[in-house]
Design a protein around this ligand. Structure first.
Ligand SMILES: [Zn+2]
Length: 359
């Protein structure tokens, strides 16, 4: 937020500004050759969550193991016979929706098939396949396969809302490859709905509501974040339809990108066209990750479907450690024990590297 933005706001709104804070510290030591060196580290505060992260620039010069080329496919990339998500075994190895949700057991949109998660994480926990392709190299999926899978998820969430409207904490996520937590390499989305909020749902619900109330009920958190980033320009990447894409100011993952859909607060408001625009942005992101030889990623979009929470849709996508032998995990003692994510690349460089994929 700029100072001019604040002048027309009331005092209460000034208590909750969007601050894009950067601080620089440096470490001084004698290098192994005997020369004094100074290594800068930037600490940024996430304007939405106020969590700090670190950008350890000196590690950027290091070649991460297995990132000089795209890793080989996983050993079971061709083993469709053992995969419960491949035809024909999908028919007898995947569960079916209970009759109060859908009378057909599984829902189909194009080649996407949706069915309950055999190992649920909440009251409503489903899997939405893209198609029958068992292993899909990052960046090579069809836009239609993502579009259909998202439409399938949104239709499922509509069914859940009609059946159990109190389960309004919803999310769509993806773990691409085991390094990102994926248990099966066959690409799929997870879709969740529950009455009990996750930590991020709980925080974002309060944050978005307090921001909205403090502004006199006319300013939205992610719209204002987006306005700042478009005006600043250094992290803004481009648009796919109404979805606007940028590198996260204070990333909590490597090469973290956000797609914001301003003014839309419900996944049930996603039209097929908005799903297609979302799919195009995801595929652009995948092609960017492929260009820097990353093969694993997570994505997630969270929503509070109670009709009262001014939290707009935002998808977060971040690269994970490559899925290849003996690659180190990207969460070290620093992330797990201190709670600060440490990445190596300035978000402005990430945006510059990603922009060609939005042209
Ligand atoms: Zn499969």
């Amino acid at each position: 937020m700029t100072s001019s933005d604040r002048t027309d706001s009331n005092y209460k709104f000034n208590e909750l500004p969007l601050v894009f804070k950067k601080e620089m510290v440096s470490a001084h030591f004698i290098d192994p050759s005997g020369n004094p060196v100074k290594r800068p580290i930037e600490i940024r505060t996430n304007p939405i969550t106020w969590r700090t992260c670190r950008i350890t620039f000196s590690r950027n010069a290091e070649q991460e193991r297995e990132t000089d080329r795209l890793p080989l496919p996983p050993p079971d990339a061709a083993d469709t016979a053992q995969c419960p998500f491949c035809f024909p075994q999908i028919r007898h190895k995947t569960p079916q929706l209970s009759s109060e949700l859908d009378s057909h057991g599984r829902t189909v949109v194009g080649k996407s098939i949706l069915f309950p998660n055999l190992f649920p994480y909440g009251s409503y926990s489903a899997i939405s396949l893209f198609d029958n392709n068992h292993f899909v190299e990052i960046g090579t999926a069809s836009c239609k396969s993502y579009n259909d899978s998202f439409v399938n998820c949104c239709n499922y969430l509509q069914q859940v809302a009609e059946h159990d409207p109190r389960s309004f904490y919803v999310a769509i996520t993806q773990n691409h490859l085991p390094s990102a937590g994926g248990s099966l390499i066959h690409p799929h989305l997870q879709v969740h709905a529950d009455r009990i909020a996750s930590n991020h749902h709980r925080f974002l619900k309060n944050r978005a509501m307090r921001y909205f109330e403090a502004s006199g009920r006319f300013r939205y958190l992610f719209s204002d974040y987006l306005s700042h980033e478009k005006k600043d320009g250094t992290r803004y990447i481009g648009a796919t339809g109404d979805w606007e894409w940028m590198a996260a100011f204070a990333p909590e993952g490597f090469y973290e990108l956000w797609g914001i859909l301003p003014g839309i607060t419900s996944l049930r408001q996603l039209t097929p066209l908005l799903c297609e625009d979302l799919a195009r942005g995801i595929l652009n992101t995948q092609r960017f990750y492929r260009s820097i030889f990353r093969n694993g990623y997570n994505l997630g979009v969270l929503c509070i479907e109670n009709g009262a929470t001014p939290l707009e849709l935002r998808i977060v996508i971040l690269a994970r450690s490559n899925y290849a032998p003996w690659v180190r995990n990207d969460h070290t003692g620093y992330e797990v024990m201190l709670g600060d994510m440490a990445t190596f690349t300035a978000p402005e460089e990430t945006a510059a590297a990603a922009r060609p994929f939005w042209l």
